[in-house]
Design a protein around this ligand. Structure first.
Ligand SMILES: Cc1cc2nc3c(=O)[nH]c(=O)nc-3n(C[C@H](O)[C@H](O)[C@H](O)COP(=O)(O)O)c2cc1C
Ligand SMILES: O=C(O)C(=O)c1ccccc1
Length: 420
């Protein structure tokens, strides 16, 4: 017996190259939210991202909730990512006509309706059936980019077909098998992904102690200790039984059928990656390239020197090295190093509209969110992701009016003060 997937199936449908013969499988349509998750009523009552986290905790088994929520070591960086926004205060101006606010931002040459995007997250289809498709659609409907992880459950082609109007980015981990790496890049281009996002902060997996304690795998291993927990989560359980999670983008050699994330990463991903490899991938991709996982200004400079169009200032949501700076702390030096040569996107710890305005004032084009949209997804699928985006949009809108800025470009460093 097993929970959350069929161990026997083991692998995704293909090793590189589009589906083996015939048409690619039709993307399944995610089921309605109420059927598997929080009711429309309880979703409507979620007034903040933190409220969505509470709903997600109710629907997910503990081990799955902890995989999303948890971070490396003592989780010092996890806490600091959010707390560091509090080092800054917003300084409102009055006497400005704010009757109409423009929340639009430009991400790498394409207009977005908000200065916000969805970060790449692995195993998303394990949190909600066809979760990547649900999230990509929600992003598209709200006019913001969605970045698909290398480690998605849905194949990248399925997501592209199911969310044709979404600004799709593909996140790449450089694999030990460079042939497979290049095939992923070629498949992403062929499927219509616009931006290649190369993540550089995961030579191996940070030690996430909650996952060690919980013995987290995909699917979950049935244990005496989680039986009661699973019995209390029928919505999630039914979901994974209907849509057994595997890695949709490549085959995995996994005889047991239970994937331990740290092992998966150390088997498949290459810890020897250098700037030469990244530069080569930059040349391979004809469209815009973003480099994700930068904290040092010299690395930001290097990224731009090899031709990156965007730098995603990120510590992977505190999941890699504990005790690193929060992105919002690292941002000013990076903005100075990069200047106008690339766009900067802040990711890790963004939970409020005001966080996004703070990042704008310090030179970012916008922010990217991981857990906030996953909490929405895990609560109520596409409707939950929509709710997460809607909450942040409303917070941005109100904060702009109260700050005295009718457009994002009007927000400057003068709207910030350091908290003493
Ligand atoms: C469950 C989960 C899975 C993740 N998987 C990936 C991934 O496959 N690739 C990647 O570049 N980042 C991954 N990340 C990191 C996110 O892209 C992002 O950097 C992080 O979640 C931002 O922090 P936040 O959750 O505080 O918003 C993952 C994060 C979470 C929470
Ligand atoms: O959990 C993560 O942060 C992550 O990047 C990842 C890596 C491999 C598989 C799934 C997620």
């Amino acid at each position: 017996m097993h929970f959350g997937g069929s161990p026997g199936a083991g692998a995704g449908p293909r090793t590189g190259g589009p589906a083996s013969g015939g048409d690619p499988p039709k993307p399944p349509v995610p089921r309605s939210a109420a059927m598997w998750g929080a009711s429309a009523r309880s979703l409507a009552k979620a007034a903040s991202i933190a409220d969505l986290r509470v709903l997600a905790r109710r629907r997910l088994p503990k081990a799955v909730f902890d995989f999303i929520d948890g971070a490396a070591g003592d989780e010092t960086t996890l806490a600091d990512n959010q707390a560091a926004f509090g080092d800054w205060q917003l300084m409102p101006r009055v006497g400005v006509d704010v009757s109409r606010r423009d929340l639009g931002a430009d991400f790498l040459g394409r207009a977005a309706k908000l200065p916000l995007m969805l970060s790449p997250t692995g195993l998303t289809g394990f949190f909600w059936p066809h979760g990547e498709i649900a999230a990509a659609r929600a992003a598209g409907n709200r006019g913001i980019p969605f970045c698909l992880s290398t480690n998605s459950v849905a194949a990248l082609e399925q997501v592209a077909e199911a969310a044709p109007d979404t600004d799709l980015w593909f996140q790449l981990y450089v694999m030990r098998d460079r042939g497979l790496t290049d095939q992923l890049v070629a498949r992403a281009a062929a499927a219509g992904y616009r931006v290649l996002c190369i993540t550089v902060d995961l030579p191996l997996t940070g030690r996430r102690e909650r996952d060690v304690r919980n013995g987290f795998t995909m699917p979950l291993k049935p244990r005496l200790s989680n039986m009661l927990d699973l019995a209390r989560r029928p919505g999630w359980l039914l979901g994974v039984m209907r849509a057994p999670p595997t890695f949709g983008n490549f085959k995995t050699d996994n005889a047991s059928g239970f994937t331990n994330i740290a092992q998966h990463v150390s088997t498949l991903f290459d810890p020897s990656v250098t700037w030469d490899d990244i530069a080569r991938l930059r040349r391979l991709w004809k469209g815009p390239v973003a480099i994700k996982g930068i904290l040092h200004p010299d690395d930001a400079r290097m990224a731009v020197d090899i031709g990156a169009d965007a730098v995603i200032v990120s510590n992977h949501g505190g999941r890699q090295l504990d005790h690193v700076p929060a992105p919002i702390t690292a941002l000013p030096d990076i903005a100075e190093a990069v200047g106008e040569r690339a766009q900067l996107i802040v990711d890790s710890g963004v939970r409020r509209g005001t966080d996004i305005l703070t990042a704008r004032a310090l030179g970012a084009v916008g922010c990217s969110i991981g857990r906030p949209f996953l909490w929405g997804l895990a609560s109520a699928g596409e409707a939950g992701v929509d709710h997460a985006i809607k909450l942040l949009a409303a917070e941005i809108d109100i904060a702009m009016a109260l700050l005295g800025t009718a457009s994002l470009d009007a927000i400057t460093a003068d709207h910030l003060r350091r908290r003493r």
